[in-house]
Ligand binder design. Structure first.
Ligand SMILES: CC(C)(COP(=O)(O)OP(=O)(O)OC[C@H]1O[C@@H](n2cnc3c(N)ncnc32)[C@H](O)[C@@H]1OP(=O)(O)O)[C@@H](O)C(=O)NCCC(=O)NCCS
Length: 334
């Protein structure tokens, strides 16, 4: 006995139909960061490429920013909130265990009663969500899936910490995934490496923070050089596998949109992949810093809006971060 598809339904593929972003209002310069951090504008630019980042104000919650980004993605796709039947939210800085961020977003956006759940995959969260969305569409479990990364990293970064304070920023990015006749999202290459659990971690648990009456806020702790080495030595192979799985070569790409962790990391990956000059690489980090799960859709939106990359062309996405988790896939740009 076989489970049958509804009459007339045939195998289908997923594709990104629209992308949108939300940039918090407040722009924070390196000079401002250095008012509380023992560092300099020159050092931060040279080591990371970062010149500014955005910090969210109190009303710019993870849910509010996510809903704004998702609304733009839906508008670009010519869809309304009522068309969405599943919403996946990725965030490492949403500070509530319950309700799920995704459920809060459905309320703001008006996508009720869409299925809604969160993925916890840190800076790789958007690529994980995209892979799940693609499989939901292909299996016929959903018609339109919103994948959203939304972060208030400024809430979990200690302003005096020399390993994190200058890197991270806030913002939200979203993509709406729907059906297509041709594959628009390639097979995901993903994994994790628990040997690096200590590389990017919350310093204390929520329980410890509660027990010490707010004195041990669980800020993020990072061993930057270890993360750097892991990314530049391991991710090129993951990216190559994503290209091979999609049946493409580096020269077929129009864009390379890696997680915006550090400009030097992106440049090192591009070099290792031997990307031809015509492949445009995302440089959103310069103005936005590292926005974790939001960085890839934010960069994609900026590159499409500026006309830097064409709609309909292939792009290589690769997310990596705490865990050490990673995911890479080729997508057709919306
Ligand atoms: C964090 C990062 C920028 C640090 O750069 P780095 O070149 O590895 O720097 P190091 O920690 O080796 O330190 C180099 C020097 O800068 C100094 N330094 C470290 N942090 C500093 C800061 N914030 N400001 C100024 N100087 C600093 C160190 O003391 C050291 O000085 P020394 O050479 O006199 O001993 C880099 O490791 C990085 O980007 N890692 C990846 C982080 C990342 O992307 N994380 C997110 C993944 S999702």
């Amino acid at each position: 006995m076989q489970i049958s598809r509804p009459a007339g339904e045939r195998a289908r593929y997923g594709r990104i139909l629209g992308v949108g972003g939300y940039l918090p209002r407040r722009i924070v310069t390196n000079e401002e960061i250095c008012r509380s951090l023992d560092s300099s504008d020159e050092w931060i630019r040279r080591r990371t490429g970062i010149r500014t980042r955005r910090f969210a104000e109190p009303d710019e919650t993870t849910a509010m920013m996510a809903a704004a980004a998702a609304g733009k993605a839906l508008a670009q796709a010519g869809l309304t909130p009522g068309d969405v039947d599943c919403l996946i939210a990725a965030s490492m800085s949403h500070l509530y265990q319950a309700p799920p961020l995704a459920c809060e977003i459905t309320g703001l956006l008006g996508t009720t009663p869409a299925a809604a759940f969160d993925v916890s995959a840190a800076c790789a969260g958007f690529c994980y969500g995209l892979a799940i969305a693609n499989d939901l569409i292909s299996a016929g479990s959903a018609r339109h899936v919103l994948v959203i990364g939304s972060e208030r990293m400024s809430d979990i970064i200690e302003p005096t910490d020399r390993s994190t304070a200058f890197i991270f920023g806030d913002g939200a990015g979203a993509a709406v995934v729907g059906r297509a006749d041709q594959p628009g999202i390639g097979p995901v290459i993903w994994g994790s490496d628990p040997k690096g659990l200590h590389c990017i971690e919350q310093r204390t648990s929520w329980k410890d923070a509660g027990d010490t009456a707010g004195e041990a806020w669980p800020y993020l702790r990072m061993s930057g050089p270890e993360v750097y080495r892991w990314v530049v030595t391991t991710m090129p192979q993951v990216a190559q596998q994503a290209l091979a799985a999609a049946g493409l070569e580096a020269a077929d790409l129009a864009a390379f949109i890696p997680h915006q962790a550090n400009l030097r990391i992106s440049e090192s990956l591009a070099k290792a992949l031997d990307l031809p000059a015509h492949v445009q690489m995302a440089r959103d980090i310069i103005e936005m810093g590292n926005t974790s799960a939001a960085s890839i859709p934010l960069a994609m939106e900026r590159m499409l809006t500026s006309g830097e990359i064409p709609s309909g062309a292939p792009a290589l996405l690769i997310g990596f971060g705490s865990g050490l988790g990673y995911a890479a896939q080729i997508v057709t740009l919306p």
